[in-house]
Write a protein that binds this ligand. Structure first.
Ligand code: AKG
Length: 289
């Protein structure tokens, strides 16, 4: 359960770190599953439905940047998406409304070369009828100042939706020189393995490369309030949509809110890998290797 102070902090800053949500046994199972999936990258040469590969990947020396939708690959990730410690926090943040899981991704950020993620707002990718959406980051490793922690600009979830386009196409990143970004105030989300972060869908966030000797595996689970209806990607079917409700009550009445929206169109020229589409942004903040 979140304290009143944690709830107030989430609403003020747009993010919180909640310690000790995932127990050691579950953590061990998640890490083992991640290692099994990464080992499978020795059979692939290019990005596919499961792997986003680091530059320099080879079958002999596999380098995985992101495991896409690990909940579709191993049941331990699917079970985590329904963890009551996670869904309970979200219900508290959303006034007791239902919680619907969307997708997940495991950003590997391996020691020494893990890729950066440029500043962005998740909202720019998937606007809804209201902005009660959040990503929950599960730390599979300790996250320190040196291994590329996610950084968030406090209060940015109440600001504008920044332009995530370059040369007329969506690129999934904000130009680092965009007026009003206030990157100097960004704060890192640090913690121990088993802690979680929760960040608001409109919060500006990003992360540096991992130049340390320690891995930084960070599993991002995306959730939306049961009454938030997607403006861009429609559900495949009612059955899928309803099956993704992981806590609370279903509803047939989307809640609309006065939220700023900018559509992610025309689509990114290199759709499918955020790392590649972000490389089109005019001014990067984090050094590309
Ligand atoms: O891995 C991180 O530090 C943040 C990544 C992120 O925001 C994303 O993948 O959308």
């Amino acid at each position: 359960m979140l304290s009143a102070q944690q709830i107030a902090q989430y609403h003020a800053d747009g993010f919180i770190v909640v310690p000790g949500i995932v127990d050691a046994g579950t953590l061990g199972a998640l890490r083992a599953a991640a290692e099994r999936i990464v080992a499978g990258a020795a059979q692939v040469d290019q990005h596919d439905a499961v792997y986003d590969l680091e530059p320099g990947h080879s079958r002999a020396a596999p380098r995985v940047r992101r495991i896409k939708n690990p909940e579709r690959v191993d049941p331990v990730f699917a079970a985590l998406a329904r963890h009551p410690g996670i869904t309970g926090c979200l219900q508290q943040l959303w006034d007791g409304r239902g919680v619907r899981f969307d997708i997940s991704k495991l950003n590997m950020k391996s020691a020494g070369f893990g890729s950066p993620v440029e500043w962005h707002q998740d909202w720019a990718f998937y606007p809804h009828t209201n902005d009660d959406l959040a990503a929950v980051g599960v730390m599979l490793d300790d996250i320190t100042p040196d291994n590329g922690p996610m950084q968030v600009v406090p209060g940015s979830h109440r600001g504008p939706v920044f332009d995530h386009h370059a040369d007329g196409f969506f690129c999934g990143a904000i130009d680092a020189l965009a007026p009003g970004l206030q990157l100097a105030s960004a704060r890192p989300c640090l913690g121990r393995a088993g802690d979680i972060t929760i960040h608001h869908v409109r919060a500006v966030h990003g992360s540096a490369p991992n130049t340390s000797g320690a891995p930084r595996r960070f599993l991002l689970l995306q959730y939306r309030c049961a009454d938030a209806w997607p403006l861009v990607t429609q559900p495949r079917s009612w059955d899928d949509w309803h099956a993704a409700l992981v806590a609370g009550d279903e509803t047939l009445e989307p809640r609309t809110a006065a939220v700023p929206v900018r559509l992610p169109f025309p689509p990114a020229r290199r759709q499918g890998s955020i790392y590649e589409s972000q490389s089109d942004v005019k001014n990067r903040f984090f050094s590309a290797r």
